[in-house]
Design a protein around this ligand. Structure first.
Ligand code: TRP
Length: 344
């Protein structure tokens, strides 16, 4: 069994422990505010966060604005992206009275944890981190110091609030691994301060984009949660298909048709093969009509809740979250400096 398979195999027991003792867990998760959240985020992470919150687990969500510049020159319209993401969190059911939603850059003490953390890892450990390697290749740029140290920064995100449960996709698991290493080494040197967090992963396949490739705003193949029903219809209408009349699910040979089928299936809670069988010889037009209707119906309530909120609501949530995160980060940093003998 490879290590990912081994991690997945441990998940049922972990989920059972969370159910029984939600108070023993603290979730830290988040994303980079690079654009609008889409259906892939909804099924990949948002839904899981809301479930954990409902189970009674304390939840922290970081909008990792500093992480935006790991692989690009400037942060872009980061504030707007932060507020839009918060509106989606609220519409999806995250409750800001129990969940702490905050922006990276607003919590200085979190970043100061980087200094002792950097001292417990080596350059070669960072260079061979699979996530750093993959992002470096995808960026087509030289390796910046921030990208090289990105996993350590993420360890600070997790450990500043002593998060011990990190819902992640497969590609972020190496970050959880290095976070455990950093926590362990810090504790060995200075006494027990940090938990060793565990990753909460699903083996559910990632939702592809409308063209079957990885869902990404930059490919134009994503359905943003904030789109209107008409915008949704337009992106689906524009999606490419192929010339075969019969609709079949075949991600290898027919990625475009299969991307549409996967999208319809996930919002309907059915399998793509089942949806393909229903459409049969009715062709790509019917597939697109069914997908559009299914997505718009699925998102109708989310969009209605979203439309009832304003950017000011989002800003207020972030400000309150920032304050909470700052106070926790200050406490943790104090504890770290005390452990290191640096209180004057
Ligand atoms: N790196 C994550 C992403 O690209 C976002 C993130 C930042 C994160 N800090 C985190 C995820 C801490 C989990 C825990 O999506």
């Amino acid at each position: 069994m490879d290590s990912f398979a081994a991690t997945v195999a441990r998940m049922p027991a972990l989920r059972a422990r969370i159910e029984q003792h939600p108070d023993q867990f603290r979730v830290l998760t988040g994303e980079r505010p690079t654009g609008r959240l889409h259906l892939g985020h909804y099924f990949g992470t948002l839904r899981e966060r809301v479930r954990l919150q409902a189970a009674g687990v304390q939840t922290f969500v970081v909008l990792a604005d500093y992480q935006v510049i790991t692989d690009r020159d400037v942060a872009g319209d980061v504030r707007q992206n932060v507020y839009e993401a918060v509106l989606d969190y609220l519409a999806a059911g995250l409750d800001p009275r129990s969940a702490t939603i905050f922006a990276h850059s607003a919590v200085p003490a979190l970043h100061q944890l980087l200094l002792p953390f950097l001292s417990v890892v080596t350059e070669s450990e960072l260079r061979r981190n699979p996530t750093v390697k993959a992002e470096l290749e995808a960026s087509g740029r030289a390796l910046s110091g921030l990208l090289l140290t990105y996993p350590v920064h993420q360890a600070a995100d997790i450990l500043f609030c002593k998060g011990n449960l990190v819902p992640v996709g497969k590609d972020n698991l190496p970050h959880v691994e290095i976070t455990r290493t950093i926590a362990r080494r810090f504790n060995e040197r200075y006494g027990s301060v940090f938990p060793e967090p565990v990753g909460l992963v699903t083996d559910a396949p990632e939702l592809p984009g409308l063209d079957g490739r990885k869902m990404s705003k930059s490919y134009g193949n994503a359905i943003a949660l904030s789109m209107t029903a008409d915008e949704t219809a337009t992106v689906i209408k524009r999606a490419r298909t192929d010339s075969e009349r019969a609709i079949t699910y075949d991600p290898e040979r027919r990625p475009e048709v299969s991307g549409l089928l996967a999208t319809a299936a996930v919002v309907l809670g059915r399998t793509p093969i089942d949806v393909a069988d229903e459409i049969g010889d009715a062709g790509a037009g019917a597939l697109k009509r069914l997908t559009t209707e299914a997505v718009n119906e699925f998102l109708a309530e989310h969009r209605a809740r979203r439309a009832a909120l304003t950017v000011d609501d989002a800003a207020a949530v972030v400000r309150a979250g920032n304050e909470r995160a700052q106070s926790i980060a200050d406490d943790t940093l104090h504890e770290v400096r005390a452990a290191m003998g640096m209180i004057y």
